[in-house]
Design a protein around this ligand. Structure first.
Ligand code: 25A
Ligand code: L14
Length: 342
């Protein structure tokens, strides 16, 4: 990296992902010259730290992006649609965590370990993929490069932190109320989330005409875009489980060429950002509680799919707010800086 420093803004700085962004920018020593935090009018004037400095949260609606080099957006799709173009016309590069622009042909969709080159063709906006997609493509990429992929069958076990801070509070409260024999209140989730699995993500407007949820369709469409292969077939079920942080996934891959579990383990171990935990004899496999707070994607339970000629099963776990959102976005910014694209 050069010695240049950058003016950064975080839009949605008070949210679950925004909070991780602030932590990660600090811990990775990101070359920050000046930093600004933006959120809704509810949070205007609130003081948040940047190292030992006090930073006042601005109302995104009123914010002027002049002089900002990079804006990290994580305030929901509607806010991105409204304010990202404004930031771009003031000369900033936008790295957007929402689904607003992901499938836009003009917008690169980037996981730096998987398709870094795509980022360099941006026209002002780069999209950060969905959390479940990111961890899955991290595990698929080395297998794809070695053996090709015909089809993927994925079921997700997604934590409530993906639905924001208020969703985490709701799970905690419901758990207490359940144990205390009190009435369970549901504001965010459509049903009781404590001690339950919900085959619906997100909480509202989830289902399309084909019966799949929008979260499920992201796993198909985003995977094809990132791996640049529209022939890959993907079928998926996305499930919310009462875990606070860390998404888990059962991933079944049908490859074009044979690949042995031992070889997959080797390739995955060598892949940057992936850690293999796979020792069935000692009951070692990835868990949400291992991944939570960490940067890597954890892969284990790697074994042959004995029902087909060429196939593998694996269990893939990552911190959905870090690699699934904030960390990946900041790695995209670092990639632009490294390649002198900004
Ligand atoms: O459905 P949408 O709109 O697409 O939103 C998607 C949701 O997904 C989360 C994010 O949740 C968002 O609500 N999200 C976004 N990207 C994600 C990703 N990649 C993601 N989740 C996982 N992976 P969140 O709650 O964690 O963060 C929301 C952030 O967006 C800011 N925001 C909301 N509306 C805004 C806005 N900013 C500008 N303009 C708007 N109209 C939001 O700011 C937050 O930073 P905030 O000011 O609402 O601060 C949140 C704090 O305020 C409390 N709070 C929230 N709502 C209320 C409230 N307090 C009182 N009354 C309320 N009605 C919260 O407790 C929190 O402390
Ligand atoms: O598309 O509610 O980035 O867990 C990520 C969080 C979609 C919803 C995205 C959740 C969102 C998802």
């Amino acid at each position: 990296m050069h010695n240049k420093k950058y003016n950064i803004a975080v839009a949605g700085a008070t949210g679950a992902v925004g909070k991780e962004m602030r932590k990660i920018l600090e811990s990775r020593n990101f070359p920050v010259k000046n930093i600004r935090y933006m959120a809704s009018s509810r949070s205007e004037g609130k003081i948040l730290k940047w190292k030992d400095r006090d930073i006042k949260v601005e109302d995104l609606q009123k914010a002027d992006f002049a002089g900002v080099d990079i804006v990290l957006f994580s305030a929901g799709g509607n806010r991105s649609k409204e304010f990202a173009p404004k930031a771009v016309s003031s000369g900033a590069v936008v790295i957007d965590n929402s689904s607003a622009f992901r499938m836009d042909r003009e917008v690169p969709l980037v996981v730096p370990e998987v398709n870094p080159e795509a980022a360099l063709n941006h026209k002002g906006i780069i999209a950060n993929p969905n959390c479940s997609t990111i961890q899955m493509v991290m595990a698929l990429k080395p297998i794809f490069d070695e053996a090709g992929i015909r089809r993927v069958v994925v079921s997700t076990y997604q934590s409530v932190s993906g639905a924001g801070l208020k969703a985490v509070d709701e799970l905690m409260q419901q758990t207490r109320d359940f144990l205390d024999d009190k009435e369970i209140k549901c504001d965010i989730f459509p049903y009781q989330m404590a001690f339950e699995c919900l085959p619906q993500i997100p909480q509202s407007d989830a289902f399309g005409e084909n019966g799949y949820t929008s979260e499920e369709m992201k796993l198909l469409n985003e995977t094809r875009k990132i791996l640049e292969d529209d022939s890959i077939r993907v079928t998926m079920t996305a499930v919310r489980v009462p875990v606070i942080g860390g998404h888990s996934e059962s991933v079944n891959v049908e490859t074009i060429k044979t690949i042995k579990p031992k070889r997959a383990r080797e390739l995955l171990s060598e892949f940057p950002g992936v850690t293999v935990i796979d020792d069935p004899a000692r009951q070692k496999y990835p868990l949400a509680n291992i991944a939570w707070g960490k940067d890597d994607v954890y892969v284990g339970r790697i074994r042959r799919d004995e029902s087909i000629e060429c196939g593998l099963n694996m269990w893939v776990v990552a911190d959905n707010l870090r690699k699934g959102a904030a960390l990946n976005a900041i790695q995209i910014a670092e990639l632009l800086i490294d390649r002198s694209n900004i």
